[in-house]
Design a protein around this ligand. Structure first.
Ligand code: FES
Ligand code: FES
Length: 158
Protein backbone atom coordinates (compact mmCIF):
# COMPACT_ATOMS: atom_id res chain seq x y z
CA UNK A 1 0.00 0.00 0.00
CA UNK A 2 1.26 3.49 -0.88
CA UNK A 3 1.21 6.44 1.49
CA UNK A 4 2.02 10.09 1.08
CA UNK A 5 4.42 11.17 3.79
CA UNK A 6 5.12 14.83 4.52
CA UNK A 7 8.00 15.90 6.71
CA UNK A 8 10.79 18.44 6.99
CA UNK A 9 14.07 17.30 5.54
CA UNK A 10 17.09 19.42 6.35
CA UNK A 11 14.88 22.43 6.91
CA UNK A 12 12.69 22.10 3.82
CA UNK A 13 9.25 20.52 3.54
CA UNK A 14 9.13 17.35 1.44
CA UNK A 15 6.33 15.09 0.30
CA UNK A 16 7.04 11.59 -0.93
CA UNK A 17 5.13 8.45 -1.89
CA UNK A 18 6.26 5.42 0.11
CA UNK A 19 5.17 1.85 0.69
CA UNK A 20 4.10 0.77 4.19
CA UNK A 21 7.25 -1.27 4.71
CA UNK A 22 9.72 1.09 3.03
CA UNK A 23 12.64 2.10 5.21
CA UNK A 24 13.57 5.73 5.76
CA UNK A 25 17.15 5.04 4.61
CA UNK A 26 15.97 3.82 1.21
CA UNK A 27 13.58 6.73 0.79
CA UNK A 28 16.27 9.27 1.69
CA UNK A 29 18.84 7.75 -0.64
CA UNK A 30 16.73 6.55 -3.57
CA UNK A 31 13.82 9.00 -3.65
CA UNK A 32 15.15 12.19 -2.08
CA UNK A 33 18.79 12.22 -3.19
CA UNK A 34 20.18 12.34 0.34
CA UNK A 35 23.17 10.01 0.23
CA UNK A 36 25.14 10.75 3.39
CA UNK A 37 23.32 8.06 5.42
CA UNK A 38 24.91 4.77 4.39
CA UNK A 39 23.67 1.19 4.22
CA UNK A 40 26.07 -0.75 6.43
CA UNK A 41 24.35 -3.64 8.21
CA UNK A 42 20.68 -2.92 7.55
CA UNK A 43 19.71 -4.23 10.99
CA UNK A 44 20.40 -1.30 13.32
CA UNK A 45 23.81 -2.40 14.55
CA UNK A 46 26.47 -0.28 12.84
CA UNK A 47 25.19 3.31 12.91
CA UNK A 48 26.21 4.12 9.32
CA UNK A 49 22.62 5.16 8.47
CA UNK A 50 22.17 7.51 11.46
CA UNK A 51 20.05 10.63 11.03
CA UNK A 52 18.40 12.93 13.56
CA UNK A 53 14.63 12.83 13.95
CA UNK A 54 13.37 15.72 16.08
CA UNK A 55 16.90 15.98 17.49
CA UNK A 56 17.32 12.31 18.42
CA UNK A 57 19.74 10.02 16.59
CA UNK A 58 17.89 7.21 14.85
CA UNK A 59 18.94 4.28 12.67
CA UNK A 60 17.20 5.04 9.40
CA UNK A 61 17.66 1.45 8.17
CA UNK A 62 15.20 0.17 10.77
CA UNK A 63 12.84 3.16 10.72
CA UNK A 64 9.81 3.00 8.46
CA UNK A 65 9.46 6.09 6.31
CA UNK A 66 5.80 6.44 7.36
CA UNK A 67 7.00 7.03 10.94
CA UNK A 68 8.49 10.43 10.09
CA UNK A 69 5.20 12.05 9.09
CA UNK A 70 5.26 15.63 10.43
CA UNK A 71 8.75 15.29 11.91
CA UNK A 72 12.05 17.06 11.38
CA UNK A 73 14.64 14.83 9.78
CA UNK A 74 18.23 16.03 9.59
CA UNK A 75 21.07 14.30 7.78
CA UNK A 76 24.67 15.36 7.43
CA UNK A 77 23.67 17.49 4.43
CA UNK A 78 21.51 19.59 6.73
CA UNK A 79 24.26 20.47 9.17
CA UNK A 80 26.51 22.24 6.74
CA UNK A 81 24.64 25.36 5.66
CA UNK A 82 27.53 27.48 6.95
CA UNK A 83 30.30 25.04 6.01
CA UNK A 84 31.76 22.27 8.17
CA UNK A 85 30.58 22.26 11.77
CA UNK A 86 32.90 22.42 14.76
CA UNK A 87 32.60 18.64 15.10
CA UNK A 88 33.49 18.06 11.46
CA UNK A 89 36.47 20.42 11.68
CA UNK A 90 37.75 18.54 14.73
CA UNK A 91 37.32 15.19 12.94
CA UNK A 92 39.27 16.52 9.93
CA UNK A 93 42.02 18.03 12.11
CA UNK A 94 42.47 14.75 14.00
CA UNK A 95 42.38 12.53 10.89
CA UNK A 96 39.48 10.77 12.56
CA UNK A 97 38.47 8.70 9.52
CA UNK A 98 40.12 6.59 6.83
CA UNK A 99 37.65 5.26 4.25
CA UNK A 100 34.98 7.61 5.64
CA UNK A 101 32.05 5.21 5.22
CA UNK A 102 31.11 5.48 8.88
CA UNK A 103 31.77 9.22 9.14
CA UNK A 104 28.28 10.65 8.49
CA UNK A 105 26.79 8.39 11.14
CA UNK A 106 29.46 9.36 13.66
CA UNK A 107 28.91 13.05 12.95
CA UNK A 108 25.17 12.71 13.52
CA UNK A 109 25.56 10.82 16.81
CA UNK A 110 28.24 13.30 17.92
CA UNK A 111 25.94 16.20 17.00
CA UNK A 112 23.15 14.79 19.16
CA UNK A 113 25.58 14.40 22.06
CA UNK A 114 26.98 17.93 21.83
CA UNK A 115 23.50 19.44 21.54
CA UNK A 116 22.52 17.75 24.81
CA UNK A 117 25.86 17.97 26.57
CA UNK A 118 28.28 20.53 25.06
CA UNK A 119 31.31 19.47 27.10
CA UNK A 120 31.06 15.72 27.68
CA UNK A 121 33.68 13.63 29.46
CA UNK A 122 35.59 10.99 27.51
CA UNK A 123 33.43 8.32 29.10
CA UNK A 124 30.29 10.15 27.97
CA UNK A 125 31.75 10.50 24.46
CA UNK A 126 32.55 6.79 24.24
CA UNK A 127 29.12 5.89 25.55
CA UNK A 128 27.33 8.18 23.06
CA UNK A 129 29.31 6.82 20.10
CA UNK A 130 29.18 3.17 21.17
CA UNK A 131 26.47 2.39 18.61
CA UNK A 132 28.59 3.58 15.70
CA UNK A 133 31.06 1.07 14.32
CA UNK A 134 34.23 1.83 12.37
CA UNK A 135 36.23 -0.89 10.65
CA UNK A 136 39.26 1.31 9.96
CA UNK A 137 40.36 3.60 12.74
CA UNK A 138 40.39 1.96 16.15
CA UNK A 139 38.34 4.95 17.41
CA UNK A 140 41.21 6.79 19.12
CA UNK A 141 41.29 9.77 16.75
CA UNK A 142 37.50 10.00 16.80
CA UNK A 143 37.53 10.23 20.59
CA UNK A 144 40.45 12.69 20.50
CA UNK A 145 38.47 14.93 18.14
CA UNK A 146 35.44 14.84 20.41
CA UNK A 147 37.59 15.58 23.47
CA UNK A 148 38.82 18.68 21.62
CA UNK A 149 35.27 19.79 20.86
CA UNK A 150 34.33 19.26 24.50
CA UNK A 151 37.33 21.25 25.74
CA UNK A 152 36.66 24.06 23.29
CA UNK A 153 33.03 24.29 24.39
CA UNK A 154 34.09 24.32 28.04
CA UNK A 155 36.47 27.21 27.37
CA UNK A 156 33.64 29.06 25.60
CA UNK A 157 31.45 28.56 28.68
CA UNK A 158 28.98 26.26 26.95
S1 FES B 1 22.91 0.35 8.27
FE1 FES B 1 21.62 1.06 9.81
S2 FES B 1 22.58 0.52 11.67
FE2 FES B 1 23.80 -0.39 10.12
S1 FES C 1 36.77 5.17 8.51
FE1 FES C 1 36.35 3.34 7.41
S2 FES C 1 34.69 2.46 8.50
FE2 FES C 1 35.25 4.16 9.68
Amino acid sequence: MNHTVKFNLNGSPVEVQVKSNEKLLDVLRDKLGVTSPKFGCGVGECGACTVLIDGLSVRSCITFAVEVEGKNVVSLEGLQADGPTKIQKAFIKNNAFQCGFCAPGFVMSATELIEKNPSPTEEEIRHALAGNLCRCTGYKNIVDAMNEVSQENKEEGR
